[in-house]
Design a protein around this ligand. Structure first.
Ligand code: MEV
Length: 324
């Protein structure tokens, strides 16, 4: 019988600190209960066969020796690089059938590619009986992401790997779990896919043009993250909401807001949200908001009326785990 393993890894939402995290400041990220499942099966062939319906990949085949080389289909880049890196690191190789399936749309900005990368590494470790710590899974996943896209703090990989809510700095230099009460969070999707790479470059350009002012914004975001970490631990959601608003103002100053995000954020605030901000690179994807139970329905209706799609997620979900 051929060996087969199935794992799942969670998506993420950035709570505080996006962009500044790329400049050495901390961020707060939470894993959400929307999962990417990855199944990996050994085959007798010399090929990687991939099906990833969430990113439009059907019956993709690449020979193991050519992984990461030549033409790499966009949706297959992370899986190819992850398999190649795992094989190189542990000096193993095999034909593989890989299937990724997600309970969330790749359009939301929940970190599907990162969850798939972490999932593949964890699945291969199990298949080839290499006992990797979560730190090792993260490190190999981070190497993979940087190789494929050149940039990234790795916060999304950390959420997929460890789960929970994390205080995190770039490259995983600091990864601290933060325990907190259930967050009264709602999520509004703008319907627009953010171009993370373009937004990161846009902020880098602003930093080159106006280093002092932009550096000050990063540092203010960093101090909001520190305050938010304490506030989250104390469960003071009123205060946490105010910190969200402050973080959003700074993100607007960085120029990563959009009229759709502003529309949903204003609608949520007008309907009584404790605070609201974009989550992720900006330009689209999702906004997040904290709201009391009494006002939740009203606020969610307001997000809907402003053209957003309300997504129901639980935070602090479990990190990568073996399913079968
Ligand atoms: C994008 O979701 C968040 C950024 O901070 C990039 C990153 O941390 O990798 C803009």
């Amino acid at each position: 019988m051929r060996k087969k393993v199935k794992v799942s890894a969670p998506g993420k939402l950035m709570l505080f600190g996006e962009h500044a995290v790329l400049y050495g400041y901390p961020c707060l990220v939470t894993a959400v209960d929307c999962r990417m499942s990855v199944s990996v099966e050994e085959t007798k062939t010399n090929d990687l066969e991939l099906n990833a319906s969430d990113v439009g990949i059907k019956d993709y085949v690449k020979s193991i020796e050519k992984l990461g080389k030549g033409e790499v289909s966009k949706g297959a880049r992370f899986v190819e690089a992850a398999v190649k890196n795992f094989f190189q690191r542990f000096e193993v190789a095999s034909g593989l059938k890989v299937r990724t399936e997600s309970d969330f749309s790749s359009q939301f900005g929940f970190g599907g590619s990162s969850a798939a990368t972490v999932g593949i590494i964890a699945a291969l470790a199990n298949l080839f009986k290499k006992s990797l710590s979560r730190r090792q899974i993260f490190d190999l996943s981070y190497q993979t992401i940087i190789e494929v896209q050149g940039i990234g703090s790795g916060f999304d990989l950390a959420a997929a790997t460890w789960g929970g809510t994390l205080y995190f700095t770039k490259g995983g230099d600091k990864v601290r779990p933060i325990s907190h009460q259930k967050l009264p969070l709602s999520v509004g999707y703008t319907g627009i896919k953010a171009d993370t790479s373009a937004l990161v470059h846009q902020v880098a350009h602003l930093f080159r043009r106006k280093p002092k002012a932009t550096g000050r914004i990063f540092s203010e975001i960093g101090s909001i993250v520190e305050r938010a970490t304490k506030t989250l631990k104390n469960g003071d959601f009123q205060k946490l909401g105010k910190l969200m608003d402050l973080n959003q103002k700074l993100l607007d100053k960085l120029g990563v807001g959009s009229k759709e995000l502003t529309g949903l954020i204003s609608a949520a605030k007008a309907a009584g949200a404790l605070g609201a901000k974009l989550s992720g690179a900006g330009g689209g994807d999702c906004m997040i908001t904290l709201v009391s139970e009494e006002k939740r329905r009203k606020m969610e209706r307001a997000i809907d009326a402003a053209g957003g799609k309300v997504l129901r997620v639980q935070t602090a979900a479990e990190g990568v785990k073996i399913e079968e």
